[in-house]
Design a protein around this ligand. Structure first.
Ligand SMILES: [Zn+2]
Length: 322
């Protein structure tokens, strides 16, 4: 049972919004596009794992995708977490292409792709670290803790896993597996962990705490790319011809192609939250949309059902990302 669906990562949504709003032919476009391609490949790799996990049936599995949990003063992130009354399984998902050679003697991984050999940060130590952090998270939130185990899953079925010359695959490297073996590995865990450590009540508490604690990472994307607000063309634009739209008689009107829309402002407000900051005031909205009337701005904002703080003129509307 999927308790937390995998959604498009906030970073990808921010990059998409950036590409929509960067001034045409901006010199950073290619860098941003390259990042988008890399991140999308990672996301698609994670979705490929979801396909394999969809074969798990029954209520005993709770699947949490893409969790980011607080452990003050930091946060840690888990690609997928499987919670059962018998054990918890952390999946560290790797989208690697080419050949991956494991050298157990030197704790070293090498990736060979397109004629280039590169060292690879050890995903095992990464997964081990996440296990420790998750243990601490359970402990600090006073949750009953089933044994925590992990697997590193290679999402690309074409990736070749190799052992360095003359060596044998030994633990912990046996925990690096191909996605197509994931279900088999989970069956093995089911045979290994037969003692029910968490009751129904414990499990529902774990579920509640994990879902409530999840905090997606919001970063200032303009700062990330060394950009300024002036690098953007923020404004209401026509979905047909991309022309500038103006508010006329309670609707948005495109002077170039005469298209009208009642909802054309929604896209740019979403983009504002992704690109500038996750909150907006009445005055900031008027500047963004190029409108004069505070009353119109209030009506448009109220229709978006955002959380608010403050009152009357000082009201701040907040976007909450999940
Ligand atoms: Zn138009």
């Amino acid at each position: 049972m999927i308790v937390k669906e995998r959604e498009i990562p906030l970073k990808i949504e921010q990059i998409d919004a950036l590409l929509r709003n960067l001034v045409p032919n901006h010199f950073k476009v290619s860098v941003v596009q390259h990042d988008l391609k890399k991140r999308s490949a990672g996301y698609n790799g994670e979705k490929a794992i979801d396909y394999h996990l969809s074969f798990l049936s029954g209520k005993k599995y709770m699947i949490f995708n893409d969790l980011r949990l607080p452990l003050p003063p930091y946060h840690f992130q888990i690609d997928s977490l499987l919670v059962t009354p018998y054990y918890c399984l952390i999946l560290e998902i790797k989208n690697i292409s080419g050949t991956l050679t494991i050298d157990p003697e030197f704790n070293q991984l090498t990736k060979y792709y397109d004629g280039v050999e590169t060292g690879f940060s050890d995903p095992i130590s990464q997964a081990q670290r996440q296990s420790l952090l998750l243990q601490r998270f359970f402990y600090e939130n006073k949750l009953v803790m089933p044994p925590i185990v992990y697997l590193v899953v290679i999402s690309n079925p074409k990736t070749i896993l190799k052992i360095a010359n003359g060596q044998k695959l030994t633990p912990p490297y046996t925990k690096i597996i191909h996605a197509q073996n994931l279900i088999d590995e989970i069956s093995k865990l089911n045979s290994k962990f037969t003692k029910e450590t968490a009751s129904k009540k414990d499990i529902s508490k774990i579920k509640r705490v994990l879902l409530n604690s999840h905090t997606p990472l919001y970063t200032n994307i303009l700062t990330n790319y060394g950009l300024e607000k002036s690098d953007l063309i923020l404004g209401v634009r026509c979905e047909i011809c991309s022309g500038k739209m103006e508010r006329q008689h309670r609707t948005w009107y495109c002077h170039s192609c005469k298209f009208t829309s009642n909802t054309a402002h929604e896209r740019i407000i979403e983009d504002y939250f992704l690109l500038i900051k996750p909150s907006i005031t009445n005055k900031e909205l008027r500047t963004l949309l190029g409108i004069q009337s505070p009353k119109t701005a209030r009506l448009l904002l109220n229709a978006l059902n955002l959380k608010t703080t403050g009152s009357t003129k000082g009201t701040i509307y907040h976007k909450e990302f999940h």
